[in-house]
Ligand binder design. Structure first.
Ligand SMILES: [Mg+2]
Length: 163
C-alpha cells in the first residue's frame, strides 16, 4: 500500500530549481498542465512559467507533458510551445502513461519527477511508477469543487518523511 505523500510541495513550479534536480539525479520532468502550468481554462502559461520551462531545458532537463485532459488540441498546443512530447487522457494515477513517458525519454523512473497539483492522480501515479513527486499548490482554486478536493487530499498534503 502506498501512502501518497509527495516528496516536495511548492507554491508553484518556479520553486523547482535545477540544483535540487541535479542533487537528486532527476534528469527529466513529467508535467501536468491543468492547475500546474496554468489554470484549467487558460489557453497558455504565464510568462513566468514560460521562462521557468526554458530554464529547465537550458539546464538539460528533459520535459514531457503527461495530462489527463481529454483534449488533444490543448495538450498539443502546450507541448508545441515547450517543444516536447506529450500524452493526453493519460489516466493518471495509472502507471501506464508514466512508464511510457520514461521509455520514450530513455530515462529510468528514478531519474524522473512528476510535477503536478493533485495527490490522487499525479502524486499517487508517480509514486506507483517509482518516480519523484513534486507537488505544486493548484492554480485551480476558483473551481467550485476545489474545497472538496482539498479536503479529501488533506491527509496527504505533507511531504514524505526523509528515510
Ligand atoms: Mg492538474
Amino acid at each position: 500500500m502506498i501512502f501518497p505523500f509527495p516528496h516536495k510541495i511548492y507554491d508553484d513550479v518556479t520553486g523547482i530549481r535545477p540544483e535540487y534536480l541535479q542533487e537528486k539525479g532527476i534528469r527529466g520532468l513529467l508535467l501536468d498542465i491543468d492547475g500546474t502550468l496554468a489554470r484549467t481554462k487558460d489557453p497558455e502559461p504565464s510568462p513566468a512559467i514560460d521562462a521557468w520551462l526554458r530554464e529547465m531545458q537550458e539546464n538539460g532537463i528533459k520535459l514531457y507533458i503527461l495530462s489527463n485532459n481529454k483534449s488533444p488540441a490543448r495538450t498539443e498546443s502546450y507541448a508545441r510551445r515547450i517543444g516536447c512530447d506529450w500524452r493526453h487522457k493519460s489516466k493518471k494515477p495509472s502507471t501506464k502513461g508514466f512508464l511510457a513517458a520514461a521509455a520514450h525519454l530513455g530515462l529510468q523512473p528514478h531519474e524522473l519527477a512528476i510535477v503536478g497539483d493533485q495527490i490522487y492522480t499525479d502524486v499517487l501515479g508517480g509514486l506507483r511508477s517509482g518516480m519523484w513527486t513534486l507537488m505544486v499548490q493548484s492554480t485551480d482554486t476558483y473551481l467550485w469543487y476545489f474545497p472538496l478536493r482539498r479536503l479529501v487530499e488533506l491527509p496527504f498534503r505533507f511531504e514524505r518523511r526523509a528515510k
